[in-house]
Design a protein around this ligand. Sequence first.
Ligand code: HEC
Length: 126
Amino acid sequence: MNKIGILFLAFACLAGTGCYYDSQEVLYGLPQNVPCDTTNITYSGKITKIINANCSGCHSSTTSSLGNSIILDNFDDFQKQINTGKLIDDINQLPKSNPMPKDGTRLNPCDITAIQLWVNKGTPNN
Ligand code: HEC
């Protein structure tokens, strides 16, 4: 490759989303770099924060027009969706699921683990 080609590649890497995406993947592959507290996971403690940060933009009572009218404002709302058994697949973005969050960015591994542990514990509120 000539000099211009190399320059172009370097620029595309800096300007484009390719390298940014790669580094996210690398980060996501190394959850041990992020402290992940998996003790005593409850809806009121941790799960509600995950939903507020990642889901409420499309699934609150004021935004649900973006989320197919599905509202996740409180414990009962979220428990009902978890109990369908589909939401865990959606959050893990498995094939044949409805990947959530809808924009394609998976929750970080710590949040996915927290939701899975919460389900395993029987979805406690407090
Ligand atoms: C950008 C908007 C958006 C975000 C953010 C979002 N959703 Fe959704 N969600 C939708 C839409 C739109 C649908 C309707 C189904 C579809 O289009 O795939 C949906 C459907 C659902 C469903 C029903 C899906 C099914 O399999 O029947 C659940 C449950 C759900 N979302 C939960 C969540 C959770 C939990 C989060 C956060 C982790 C989230 N969503 C984030 C837009 C969103």
